[in-house]
Design a protein around this ligand. Structure first.
Ligand SMILES: Cc1cc2nc3c(=O)[nH]c(=O)nc-3n(C[C@H](O)[C@H](O)[C@H](O)COP(=O)(O)OP(=O)(O)OC[C@H]3O[C@@H](n4cnc5c(N)ncnc54)[C@H](O)[C@@H]3O)c2cc1C
Length: 464
């Protein structure tokens, strides 16, 4: 252990029970990176598994005094390297602060600790007839703190919005102009409120670069009534499935979910789980309609018609709930299924919905030109596409080709009026892409905000 690390450990130990500190390299290593296999992680000095806000305050105060970076971490399911350790940092793991503190059914809100897992929050509020809609495919594992820090999206964003739309208030341990280690309350509990600048909005999606979120007040909805309808369309080409998305948007239809899986994803899931998936089509579109009664039936019929008009091989409403659920399970399992094939580099581009066919065309062209294997899964209704680049383990030439294709995907999205990241965050992987996307003035303002709130640059430096 270096002298600097010894001093850090000693100072942290003055305000933390001994079992909070992680020094064993075998424990620290898995705490030091997220699921973005291709994003580099450096060596952390110490890991801290905090259990209270006071412990988080002590960590931030200590790190500020010693000039040590703090990298907050939820479940580590991020796909951009956002939670990856930087050299000599403290990895601050919030996953043990996982309680649902309050459910206020009368006011449609709940208050949770940052380490509460998304699906656990959903289950807790469901007992009160309530619903927390944001549903990243990682919902069984990812934390609300991580969801807030990345402004996570998910399957039902198309109709119900992203994490930002559900965060009313926060507590955060901040730095800079207040004092490093101070806990502040941001936001409110009311449905409306415009007192002061929207600092909650600033923290949502800030990827741990402005402070550490220690509590979140979430807006809820009443639990949906009725049984949703599923419409499935099979397409001869990826581009035709994109044309169906554009067609559905043009017709003003808003399914709760509109997801795309290409043949490579279906094959990967089938090979792993043997679910009896039909992988004959080039792509499947899965739509879920939750409008009740006749309106829902009419919307489902119109979605199937839009798919047919766009060239679907077939498009029909599923009459078998088990089969429909299996298709959505396949969608959720697509990423882990692909990971079994080799290191996966995941894209997260988002384009205007009318440009989905053009982006899908570019993905095929760029991947073919670089000779890289891709599989595409997408929140297609949002224009948010995740082409995954997969290389054989240990194949450096393929890896370089994939990296070149990755950057070209980003440029193609920017050229189509899109963005380099729809929901996974900038992290490490999209830093260059973000600089190519954003207006120089916007970059300057962002730098100024970060400097004002964190002049010592200790909060997750080098990310975002
Ligand atoms: C199989 C799979 C499917 C996925 N599907 C989706 C999807 O559909 N939609 C989607 O948006 N994402 C998806 N993701 C990506 C990932 O799950 C999300 O980004 C998620 O929000 C990360 O949560 P986490 O708890 O794992 O955070 P981590 O990965 O631990 O951290 C993510 C970022 O948040 C910061 N952070 C974490 N906690 C705090 C805190 N308390 N205070 C301040 N900063 C904090 C970290 O520093 C880091 O920058 C998927 C990932 C996987 C592996």
């Amino acid at each position: 252990m270096t002298t600097a690390t010894s001093a850090l450990v000693e100072a942290l130990g003055r305000g933390l029970p001994g079992d909070r500190l992680m020094l064993d390299p075998d424990v620290l290593a898995p705490m030091s990176h997220d699921e973005a296999e291709w994003a580099p992680a450096e060596a952390a000095a110490v890991g801290v598994r905090a259990r209270t806000e006071a412990e988080v305050q002590h960590v931030v105060r200590t790190c500020a005094e010693l000039g040590v970076p703090v990298v907050p971490r939820g479940a580590g399911t991020g796909l951009s390297g956002g939670a990856n350790a930087v050299s000599g940092c403290v990895v601050l793991d919030l996953s043990r602060m996982n309680q649902v503190l309050e459910i206020d059914a009368g006011n449609l809100l709940c208050v949770v600790q940052p380490g509460a897992v998304n699906n656990d929050v959903k289950a807790a509020v469901a007992e009160h007839g309530l619903w927390y809609p944001p549903d990243p495919a990682s919902a069984p594992w990812s934390t609300i703190g991580g969801n807030v820090a990345t402004n996570a999206g998910g399957l039902c964003c198309l109709k119900y919005g992203v994490t930002r739309d559900y965060v009313l208030g926060l507590r955060a341990v901040v730095g800079g102009p207040v004092a490093y280690g101070e806990a502040v309350r941001l936001g409110r509990r009311t449905t409306k409120g415009v007192a002061g600048l929207d600092l909650v909005g600033l923290f949502v999606g800030s990827e741990g670069t402005l402070g550490v979120v220690t509590e979140v007040t979430l807006r809820l909805r009443p639990a949906p009534a009725g049984t949703p309808r599923t419409v499935v369309g099979a397409f001869p080409t990826l581009v035709s499935s994109g044309q169906a998305v554009a067609q559905i948007t043009r017709r003003g239809l808003t399914p709760a979910v509109l997801e795309l899986l290409d043949r490579a994803c279906l094959e990967a899931v089938e090979e792993w789980k043997h679910m009896g998936l039909d992988a004959d089509a080039a792509a499947l579109l899965l739509a879920r309609v939750d409008a009740p009664g006749d309106a829902g039936a009419a919307e489902a019929t119109a979605i199937a018609a839009a798919m047919t008009e766009a060239g679907a091989l077939w498009a029909e409403q599923s009459t078998d709930d088990t089969e429909a659920e299996a298709l959505f399970d396949a969608r959720r399992l697509a990423y882990p299924a692909l990971e079994r094939l080799g290191p996966v580099l995941t894209e997260d581009v988002c384009v205007p919905r009318s440009q989905v066919p053009a982006m899908l065309e570019q993905i095929s062209e760029i991947a073919a030109r670089h000779g890289v294997r891709t599989a595409t899964v997408a929140h297609a209704g949002d224009g948010n596409l995740h082409p995954c680049l997969i290389t054989p383990p240990g194949d450096e030439v393929a890896r370089e080709a994939a990296q070149a294709a990755f950057e070209e995907f980003l440029d193609a999205a920017i050229a189509l009026g899109g963005t380099v990241t729809g929901e996974h965050g900038v992290g490490i992987l999209k830093r260059d892409g973000m600089r190519r996307e954003l207006d120089p003035g916007s970059l300057t303002l962002q730098g100024a905000v970060r400097h004002a709130l964190d002049p010592r640059a200790i909060f997750n430096p080098g990310k975002g």
